[in-house]
Design a protein around this ligand. Structure first.
Ligand SMILES: Nc1ncnc2c1ncn2[C@@H]1O[C@H](COP(=O)(O)OP(=O)(O)O)[C@@H](O)[C@H]1O
Ligand SMILES: [Mg+2]
Length: 272
């Protein structure tokens, strides 16, 4: 059985005080170590909110969060900041690079934040990561001299510098043309295979999501389906999938039904 890396339990998030917006409405989600999963859903359905809770950038209104069985929803601000910086890598739609700084310096920023110094080893690692993302000859370039796709690659290398267990990416290609989008996804997949960290990627592009191993679909603050895209057999899907709060009953195997558990993929499998 795969090991659970991160687990959100009955997550609720409300914004506002007088007028409340319920952005997440009871979400359960488990992600295993090394998984490569996508979250899809219409704008406003709560994707970023969920990602921000999982990445400890924000706190849930209710519900609990665990990282390798350790609850982190109740950590204080200092512990949370440490946890975030050491365990989680973030990639955003807008890369937030410091424009005057070189690609290398940008990649090293999380390392400065963590330890206050940059040793030789970290610097070598940053160079290695910039090579991995295909920017070997751009290491000393100021980031504002790079193309959009190249800047996003720098931000990917930056997300990896502290060797996180989980990389959270919020519409990482939302700002790129379709060719760079494909390249960036292929790169994330390669990093997942080669370095083994888990990825959870928000996208509104189903075609792109199909490239991942698991698609989690959200609507109105809830997960409405959650399935593996590449399983050999429906039975494998059944065994591997994390239980989620689906509201409808499903058909499985020889007609067996299971309520409020998993949603089967729309792969055409009809249970016969
Ligand atoms: N900081 C905020 N304050 C108030 N409402 C917010 C805030 N962030 C998000 N929301 C609302 O919460 C809902 C979910 O937003 P979000 O998670 O950003 O959706 P998505 O990423 O799927 O587009 C939306 O209705 C949005 O307007
Ligand atoms: Mg969003």
């Amino acid at each position: 059985m795969d090991k659970v890396l991160i687990h959100g339990e009955n997550l609720v998030k409300e914004y506002g005080t007088a007028i409340k917006t319920r952005a997440l409405d009871g979400v359960d989600l488990q992600l295993n170590e090394g998984e490569f999963a996508s979250i899809i859903g219409a704008s406003g359905c709560g994707k970023s909110t969920l990602l921000n809770l999982l990445g400890a950038l924000d706190r849930p209104t209710a519900g609990k969060l665990y990282f390798k069985d350790k609850e982190f929803s109740s950590m204080n601000e200092f512990e949370l900041a440490q946890f975030r910086n050491r365990r989680i890598g973030f990639i955003f739609q807008f890369h937030h690079l410091l424009p005057e700084f070189t690609a290398l310096e940008n990649v090293l920023i999380p390392s400065w934040i963590e330890s206050g110094v940059v040793n030789q080893k970290k610097q070598e690692r940053a160079i290695e990561l910039l090579e991995t993302v295909g920017l070997k000859d751009k290491i000393r370039n100021p980031s504002n001299n790079l193309s959009g796709g190249q800047q996003q690659r720098v931000s990917i290398a930056r997300a990896l510098i502290n060797d996180p267990d989980l990389v959270l990416a919020d519409e990482p290609t939302g700002n790129l043309d379709s060719e760079s989008t494909e390249q960036v996804y292929d790169l994330l997949r390669k990093i997942n295979r080669d370095l083994g960290m888990a990825f959870l990627i928000v996208t509104h592009d189903r075609h792109i999501a199909e490239k991942s191993d698991r698609i989690i679909e959200m609507k109105d603050g809830k997960i409405i389906s959650d399935y593996l895209t590449r399983s050999e057999t429906p039975e494998a899907i059944w065994k591997n999938i994390a239980p989620i709060n689906c509201k409808y009953r499903i058909q499985f195997g020889d007609g067996e039904q299971d309520e409020h558990r998993v949603c089967m993929p729309d792969t055409g499998y009809s249970g016969s």
